[in-house]
Design a protein around this ligand. Sequence first.
Ligand SMILES: [Zn+2]
Length: 234
Amino acid sequence: MRPSNLSWTLALALVVGPGGPARAREPAPLSLTVHMAEPGAAPEWLAAQVAWANRLMAPAGVAVEVTSTRPLPARHARLMTRADRDALARLRRRGTIDVFIVDHLEDVDEPGRARMGVHWRLRRDRQRRYVILSKTATPTVLAHELGHYFGNGHTDVVDNVMSYARSDPERMHFDEVQSGRIRRAARALVRAGTVRPVTRRPGPQRPAASGAAVGGAAASGGGGGGAASTGTTP
Ligand SMILES: [Zn+2]
């Protein structure tokens, strides 16, 4: 098997779900394209958003990775209306989850109020959708909006990612039903070619690479140990 095929198989093994032994535990990150208004948010801010999303989605066996960062034209930096949100649709990229990071995201239902994030569907074609984050978003907002992206609605359960009721960041979680939804939605998006898993290009003589990737994924997930033990439960 050629290395490229191998990495593609590993990528699908995770996203497609069970069926393999240990390799199925390795999250094959899905591509995120970040469109960032100038001045850009701090790299640490973005890294924290992604790290939290991956930690919280680890039980679903889904991860994301920023594969491209693009400048967002200044006219899109402050989104006040539904039309402003719709206007981002033409900037979408193929095969990736678009995340637009803006200076201000107005609450279109309650003008005068700022939002930290939204999962937006283009009004004239609701299949075209993307995530918008304010640069002021707290670290788990990307995880919440991806929760919507992968098919989840809101809940009132305290410390659930899809709830506004919070007591302790360390208790944040997607429940099993939500995680299942995320896993299935990610699988469907990959099968449809809507979102690509990030394929690695391992060196030809480096069979240890996949082992290292598994360890790295578990470590970077933060809750990776918990995810692994959940995953090995029959
Ligand atoms: Zn929401």
